[in-house]
Structures are given as C-alpha cells and as structure tokens.
Design a protein around this ligand. Sequence first.
Ligand SMILES: O=C(O)[C@H]1O[C@H](OP(=O)(O)OP(=O)(O)OC[C@H]2O[C@@H](n3ccc(=O)[nH]c3=O)[C@H](O)[C@@H]2O)[C@H](O)[C@@H](O)[C@H]1O
Length: 437
Amino acid sequence: MSKQMSHLDNIPSTPGKFKMDKSPYIHNWLRWHSSLAKLTFWSFMFLGLILIFFFRSPSSNPLPQDPSRRSLRTYNWGGPAWEKRVRSSARIRSRNGISVLVTGAAGFVGTHVSATLKRRGDGVLGLDNFNDYYDPSLKRARQALLERSGVFIVEGDINDSALLRKLFEVVAFTHVMHLAAQAGVRYAMENPGSYVHSNIAGFVNLLEVCKSANPQPAIVWASSSSVYGLNTKVPFSERDRTDQPASLYAATKKAGEEIAHTYNHIYGLSLTGLRFFTVYGPWGRPDMAYFFFTRDILKGKSISIFEAANQGTVARDFTYIDDIVKGCLAALDTAEKSTGSGGKKKGPAQLRVFNLGSTSPVPVSDLVSILERLLKVNAKRNIMKLPRNGDVRFTHANISLAQRELGYKPSTDLQTGLKKFVRWYLSYYSGGKKAAG
Ligand SMILES: O=C(O)[C@H]1O[C@H](OP(=O)(O)OP(=O)(O)OC[C@H]2O[C@@H](n3ccc(=O)[nH]c3=O)[C@H](O)[C@@H]2O)[C@H](O)[C@@H](O)[C@H]1O
C-alpha cells in the first residue's frame, strides 16, 4: 500500500471534525476535489433545469395529463422510408379499386372499415393520433391487426395541416373516410374542448386540405344519431329536425353537417355524412355501455341502468359493426367525384346524409338481460333516473333512404351481435390483458 493511500485513509468521515493536513500534496488534492464537487453539483443543477423544462413542455410530453391537450403531442413523420410505407399501404391492388385515407383508423369503426377495404383490394392508409380517451393499448392491438393485413397507420392529428398536405402530396387519394372524432355523449361535460378540437377544428382542417388537393377526394364521414336530439317523431328520418341537440357531442356533429354543406357549396367537395346509431361489436369502444356493462358484470360490480320519468324505458337502435361497415363501403362506392380543382368549384357536387341504424330499438334493460345470458352471470342492477348528462331517451332509425340509395340492409340482431362481441371480449381479455375503463 503506498504512502498516498495511507493519507486518504486518515481523512475522517465526519466533515466537521476534518483537520487540515499540512502536506502540500493533500492540499492540492483537496482543492481539486472541491472544484470537482462544485462542477458535479452545478452540472446536476443544470441537467435538472433542462429536465424540468422538457417535461413541462406540452409538445414533448408523450401523454399529457390534461386530456384536452392530448393531441398536442408531436409525432414523427416524413422521410423516404416513411413515404415508401405510405405509398405501399395506399396502393390499389384490384381493378376499379379506390385509394382511401381513413382517419381514426385505430378506432373501432376505423379498424373494421380499413380491414374490409384492404381485403377487397383497395389502397388504404390510416391516420390516428392514438389519444388516451380510452385505453390506448386497445388501439395499439387494432393497429397490429391492421399492420398484419398491410395497412399502415400514420401517427398524427387531423389538426396537423402540414402532415395532411404531405399525405396528399405522396398519394392522390380518391376518397377520404373520415372517422377520427371525439366520441362519447357523456364525456362532453367533462372535456368540452376536445369535442371542439377534433369534431370542429379538426374537421375544418381536413376539409381545407381536401379542397386544395388535386384531385379533390370524395369524403364520407361519421355524423351521429345524436343529431336528432330531442326530436320525438319516430322513426328518425333524415328530413326530421336536427336543431335540438341534447349534448355538446351532438352539437359538434350537427355543426359538422353544416360545415360539410359549406365546403360542398363553395369548393365542390363531394360529401356524405353517415348518422351512425350506437354501433357495437368486437374490438369496440370501452366507454360504451354494452362494453363496460360486460366488464362490470364479470367483475361482480353493480351497473347503473338509466330509466326515464315514470319508469319509462331508455332504448337504443343498437347497430352491429358489420352492418355499419357495409353502409360505409356502399357510401364510398356510390360517392361521386368532387368537382373542384385548384381550390375552386367547377360545378355542383354531391351532398348526402344517411341514417345507418338497425331499425329495431331495444331497451337498455333488455341489453343487460342478453348480456346476463351470454355471460352466465347475473348483473347487479342499479336502476336510476336518466341523469341530465346529454343522453336522449331513445333512438330509432328510418333507413329507407340508405336502403334505396346505398342498398343498405342491416342483418344482425342484438342477440347475435352481442354473442360475437362477448366471444371476442372473453378471448381478448383472457390473453392477460386487463379490461381497462
Ligand atoms: O348513436 C350515436 O351517435 C352515439 O352512440 C353512442 O352513444 P349512446 O347511444 O349514448 O351509447 P352508450 O354510451 O353505449 O349508451 C347506450 C345506452 O345505455 C345507457 N346507459 C349508459 C351508461 C350507463 O351507465 N347506463 C345506461 O343506462 C344510455 O343512456 C344509452 O341509452 C356512442 O357512444 C356515441 O359516440 C355516438 O356514436
């Protein structure tokens, strides 16, 4: 052991009791040691400040806590490899095929529509912001499913004009299937801003890019049965009034219909709005009643079943996903071309709205009874008065217009559709995945 080492051994561990050594060697060492300590200290302080700044910046935080800011994430896109994937995904592989940009492709309806289009040889490119309104791992699982069938989902937001313009630069889409939206009726009371951001600002942004694209695509997009609001005339027909929305969600969808009219009128965009009636099925949305009722019944948790005044039933025209997909494809296939070019209208263009429902409303309590039979578990029912939360008492679609113009003919009843949903649910969540809320 060297002399130098023995000096070090003599340094007491308690700083207050430290006695200066007269040795010049140890003196120099101590000076060096204290500057090193200072340098380390300030480096850590500096690093700490950078980290604080980094994590407070909304654009760099992958999952911001404030839900209204979810889509302020930054996404990576661009580059030759990325463009190659975009092109390959959107390539048409059948005669008379179409190339479709599907927004909200990792969503429930978006996944089913994308997969079906791809299967029949159309070019499909997905776009999704993968927000955390509900369990994003379900969206990732849907993405994996689509990837296996050759559909690439670009990660990005419909509010990102530069990204949308880039997509139209790389691919001359013939159609846009616009399904990206902030869904859910009741959540609008919690986070109204997200509805304005996606359903209004995002939609306008998409239409702006579409109107300037050459060629302009034809657009089919998701409106909602909720636009009928407090309408009491049944079944709901497209000619009925839609000026009494009961929720902000409904109001933003209704606004979308008016905005569609404007872009059709000024720029010659071909626009078809589809009023979906409570869509359910495998790979569905965990925020919807049939989905979380299933989860809670299996967990033995009680479920709230809403009832109207005087024990009146609350009912929905539940529509199975495969029927909705058929309606979406028929709308795409019958959409006429947009008429504008260079951002200017050249002639009148198609403007349509269709109900896509099943035409057989079922009381929510009956939905629960079907689930009980399929799950072989009795639900703990908590019957409560319909809260003032944006929900309407009933929905019932008149589908004669869609029947005539689209050949739309729903064929799955609630019992059959829920059976398929339950089978999927049990197999999906038995694979170690937890049923997230
Ligand atoms: O057609 C649409 O355009 C909309 O359909 C869907 O909305 P809704 O028809 O309201 O479906 P959903 O929430 O499943 O409630 C179903 C029933 O359960 C009742 N309900 C609900 C919750 C509860 O705790 N108890 C209860 O009884 C409730 O009162 C209701 O009667 C989509 O979510 C929406 O995004 C939009 O697409």
